[in-house]
Design a protein around this ligand. Structure first.
Ligand code: HEC
Length: 245
């Protein structure tokens, strides 16, 4: 982590003079432990990085009503534009780890609790990004409490539940869509196969890369001539979209 921050600082010291790139030696400094700490806040699925602490459903309700409900609705059902946080999951899903409603095309909404596969993501996301207008202002207790409140809205924990670093793994084991994470799919399904599937090649790779994705003729020049909009250094080149494809 510290090496990375340092690289970023060093990277800023690159200056472009005319067409040549000049690096200044000795510019930048090592990130201080406090600076690294301020960046290094991620909470992982195995709960590495999760601060010790706890928060109750009751406290979560207070936090929610004061700081979240204006956008997400009192019961996480969402106000106008945001997708709902809770709803659409069942006790049965908690056993299977797959949310059955996700397979139903007639089901009207995909809520957060239907999709999320790791409770650490809820914790991490709320901690770093919410409330939308005032991120990183919640205390550790408030983050635990708002996650506990959401879990209660989803009927996963009772009203008197207190979520903590000690019992969060038990919650994960009941998360409705915990088995829903997959890398074996693309954005679109084409005849039962994902549209994009990359297999990393580390040895004896075929030298030729075949580009199999392209814009349809009707859309190809809708953003002007791409070849003129790419920077002239580096490997990426835009297509000459003035030419007939
Ligand atoms: C001013 C409006 C606003 C407030 C207040 C707010 N949020 Fe959000 N919230 C959003 C928006 C907008 C998004 C979607 C952001 C995005 O996709 O980049 C979001 C996303 C989320 C998500 C992820 C939803 C998903 O499925 O991706 C969670 C969880 C969440 N908020 C929890 C909270 C909590 C907890 C609070 C209170 C501490 C809170 N929010 C307060 C606007 C708000």
């Amino acid at each position: 982590m510290s090496k990375w921050v340092n690289t970023v600082v060093a990277g800023l010291a690159l200056a472009v003079v005319g067409s040549s790139v000049v690096a200044f030696e000795g510019v930048g400094r090592k990130a201080t432990p406090d600076e690294v700490k301020a960046w290094d806040i991620d909470v992982r699925p195995d709960f590495k990085g999760l601060p010790k602490g706890s928060g109750s459903v009751a406290k979560g309700m207070e936090v929610w009503e004061a700081k979240c409900a204006s956008c997400h609705g009192v019961f996480g059902e969402s106000t106008d534009v945001f997708t709902p946080i809770a709803g659409g999951t069942s006790k049965e899903d908690m056993k299977t780890g797959r949310v059955a409603n996700l397979a139903r095309e007639d089901f009207p909404q995909r809520t957060t609790m239907m999709k999320v596969a790791t409770v650490s993501t809820l914790w991490d996301y709320i901690n770093r990004a919410m409330p939308w207008t005032n991120p990183k202002t919640l205390t550790v207790e408030e983050v635990y409490a708002s996650v506990a409140y959401i879990l209660n809205l989803a009927d996963m924990v009772p009203e008197d539940f207190v979520l903590s670093d000690k019992n969060i793994a038990e919650v994960q084991a009941k998360l409705p869509n915990r088995n829903g994470m997959t890398t074996d799919h693309g954005l679109w399904d084409l005849k039962g196969k994902p549209d994009v599937k990359n297999v990393a090649c580390m040895k004896d790779c075929k030298p030729e890369v075949k580009v199999t994705s392209f814009l349809p003729g009707s859309a190809v020049d809708s953003h002007g001539n791409l070849v003129e909009q790419n920077r002239p250094i580096g490997p990426a080149r835009g297509l000459d979209t003035n030419k007939k494809q």
